[in-house]
Design a protein around this ligand. Structure first.
Ligand SMILES: [Fe+2]
Length: 210
């Protein structure tokens, strides 16, 4: 039943993304499901679904993204525009309008919305989508390989649930550090949600508790 449902969703997503993006989408689908089995097995399929949907508008041109933002009433700071970040803002609403609330509920919606920047007080669900996007198997960028290895090496040595969450917390810190370092090297703007997410994972010892 569920696999038919997912296959149908994939067929729709395929209409909006390039072949390369679709391979990445399948990678995130698989990774999100695997991470779900480790941290929240009861939501593994929902994470899989969010993985399928997360980049649905990523291949739209900036003009189209901005048109969608206008249509959806999303505020965009045109002076500090970061085109790469628009797809998470448009993607959740785009998916919601196609599939409705039964498929894209608040958790799936926010999973898509925060998968690029992260945010302070991110939920475990959001963190798993964020991480799946970073470390899925088709990613070949050096930092992605480094983060994938760091996470799976740490998780191998984590036995209790608390130890697994701690391994995830440290992995999230490393991921934001790598992202922020790259943005600095490239002279690019750092979104405030990314800075807040990094600080949250650095200083909060009770992550995912609120
Ligand atoms: Fe992605």
């Amino acid at each position: 039943m569920y696999s038919n449902f997912i296959e149908n969703i994939k067929e729709v997503v395929k209409c909006y993304v390039s072949e390369k993006r679709f391979s990445h989408t399948l990678g995130v689908e698989k990774e999100a499901y695997s991470l779900g089995l480790i941290f929240m097995p009861e939501k593994a399929e929902k994470l899989q679904l969010t993985g399928v949907l997360h980049d649905i508008t990523k291949d739209f041109k900036t003009e189209k993204q901005l048109e969608l933002c206008k249509e959806y009433g999303i505020n965009v700071d045109l002076d500090n525009l970061v085109p790469k970040l628009l797809h998470s803002k448009t993607g959740c609403e785009f998916a919601y309008r196609i599939f409705g609330e039964k498929v894209v509920d608040k958790e799936v919606y926010n999973g898509i919305l925060y998968h690029t920047t992260g945010r302070e007080n991110m939920t475990l669900f959001e963190a798993l989508i964020y991480l799946a996007d970073y470390i899925e198997e088709t990613r070949t960028f050096e930092d992605c390989i480094k983060l994938r290895k760091y996470f799976y090496d740490s998780i191998k040595e984590a036995y209790s649930y608390e130890e697994k969450i701690e391994a995830l917390r440290k992995t999230m810190v490393l991921s934001f550090d790598l992202t922020i370092k790259n943005l600095i090297d490239e002279g690019k703007r750092i979104d405030k949600d990314t800075i807040n997410a990094r600080n949250y994972f650095v200083s909060c010892k009770n992550v995912f508790k609120n």
